[in-house]
Ligand binder design. Sequence first.
Ligand SMILES: Cc1cc2nc3c(=O)[nH]c(=O)nc-3n(C[C@H](O)[C@H](O)[C@H](O)COP(=O)(O)OP(=O)(O)OC[C@H]3O[C@@H](n4cnc5c(N)ncnc54)[C@H](O)[C@@H]3O)c2cc1C
Length: 194
Amino acid sequence: MSVRLLAITPDALSLVSHAARTCYASTDRATPESDARLVASCIRRGHESVLEHASVTVEIECSRVVSHELVRQRIAAYSQRSQRYVKESEPNYFTPPEIEAHQPAWAVYIDAMENAWSAYADLLSRRVPCQIARYVLPNACLTTLVATWNLREVRHILRLRTAPDCQPEMQEIARGILAVVREAAPWAVEDVEC
Ligand SMILES: Cc1cc2nc3c(=O)[nH]c(=O)nc-3n(C[C@H](O)[C@H](O)[C@H](O)COP(=O)(O)OP(=O)(O)OC[C@H]3O[C@@H](n4cnc5c(N)ncnc54)[C@H](O)[C@@H]3O)c2cc1C
């Protein structure tokens, strides 16, 4: 499970504040300090459309349980490792800590994973194409996806996906997204708590 920043709009704060200043005909008053104050004030007042001018691209490794949830966030571009074209040659799956902490359940879980991969390998050995053989693979299968969201959508995702009633792995991924955005554009998520 990981989140890695691949790209962010260059000079994102200046761009977003320029957009905001366009609304108030104050583009001639830009300074780094006042830009940050202006964007914080836009966020406080709900004038969040200005954040849509800047985007982040992240690479996420997670289970297919979580990737399925994540791609429901629609204001986005996604590219995900294909199980149609790429063989899942090795058992590569997420084990929830809740299972790891529960020894009898853990044995059942590992058994299910091994059986799934063994059936998958068996089907491939019988020349079943991987796009068909993949039907036996579990939701726990790890996947990699690249996601691009504008900063308004990032904030929306963080609001939804860090809530305590979300899938625990989803909350972890959301916290990973927050960490990389906090590093690259702290001003965009200053008020986000989780
Ligand atoms: C705790 C939790 C439980 C969930 N459980 C389920 C479940 O059981 N079953 C299920 O199917 N889904 C479930 N979801 C998914 C959820 O219903 C949303 O589909 C998903 O979170 C995307 O959210 P969104 O539509 O707000 O955001 P996005 O798709 O990221 O869109 C961002 C915003 O743009 C606007 N927008 C986007 N598209 C449209 C549109 N077509 N029309 C109008 N406005 C639009 C909305 O304001 C939206 O909030 C769950 C989500 C969470 C967080």
